[in-house]
Design a binder for this molecule. Structure first.
Ligand code: PRP
Ligand code: URA
Ligand code: MG
Length: 205
């Protein structure tokens, strides 16, 4: 598994806003989008491109065009907070949705929704701000491979070592892009220091 932690002063700044328990919802949402841009840039770094020519007002020169349209898959609900950034960056992407919810007492994730575009041979980028036990992500990555994805990348804001180990064991080939690798999970399977329940903070529930 390749783990890429995005290192940038602005990314660290927005992550700290997300961690702060005093941050109100509107500021939380805005910081989520700002930080996601750094993650999206990294997650799309290896997209296939082709060389082109372009005529400037002065002369013809070489250019590039993206040749590949990935599928971005937000894991509902919290992953929706990161989606628009990917769509703004690459308007040609397809979007699939997978709904996953953890049981509050067992922390086991179950799926309640899945709608994917044709996936055969495509790169799928699963987005979810939190990788805790890894149960939600493991189920979604497996579903994306089952649907025919050739490559799957996972984009998280905060990852826990326990979740990373689980994904590495199940999918050693996968690339994970995150803004932070935190210390551990607590007894309720929340990430520490983490930022609390991302979905609740994003939607004010
Ligand atoms: O790695 P895991 O242990 O599976 O935990 C991570 C999952 O938990 C959160 O979702 P939650 O179940 O709270 O649903 P929500 O997005 O609707 O809030 C989070 O957004 C991840 O999907
Ligand atoms: O810390 C955590 C763990 C799972 N889901 C969250 O939103 N936060
Ligand atoms: Mg939640």
């Amino acid at each position: 598994m390749a783990l890429h932690i995005v290192e940038h002063p602005a990314a660290r700044h927005y992550l700290t806003i997300l961690r702060d328990e005093q941050t109100p919802h509107a500021t939380f949402r805005a910081a989520c989008e700002k930080l996601t841009l750094f993650l999206a840039m990294e997650a799309t770094r290896s997209l296939k491109e082709k060389t082109t020519t372009v005529v400037t007002p002065l002369e013809e020169t070489g250019g590039f065009a993206i040749e590949e349209s990935p599928v971005v898959v937000p894991i509902l609900r919290a992953g929706l907070g990161m989606l628009q950034v990917f769509v703004d960056l690459l308007p040609e992407v397809s979007v699939g949705y997978v709904g996953m919810e953890r049981d509050e007492t067992t922390a086991k994730a179950k799926s309640y929704y899945c709608k994917l575009p044709p996936m055969d041979g495509r790169t799928a980028i699963a987005i979810d701000p939190m990788l805790a036990t890894g149960g939600s992500a493991e189920a979604v990555v497996q579903r994306l491979y089952d649907a025919g994805a050739a490559t799957v990348k996972l984009v998280n804001i905060v990852a826990a070592p326990e979740g990373l180990a689980r994904i590495e064991a199940a999918f050693p080939e996968i690339e994970i892009i995150a803004a932070a690798l935190d210390r551990c999970l607590n007894e309720k399977a929340y990430i520490c220091p983490g930022l609390g329940d991302f979905g609740d903070r994003l939607y004010g529930t």
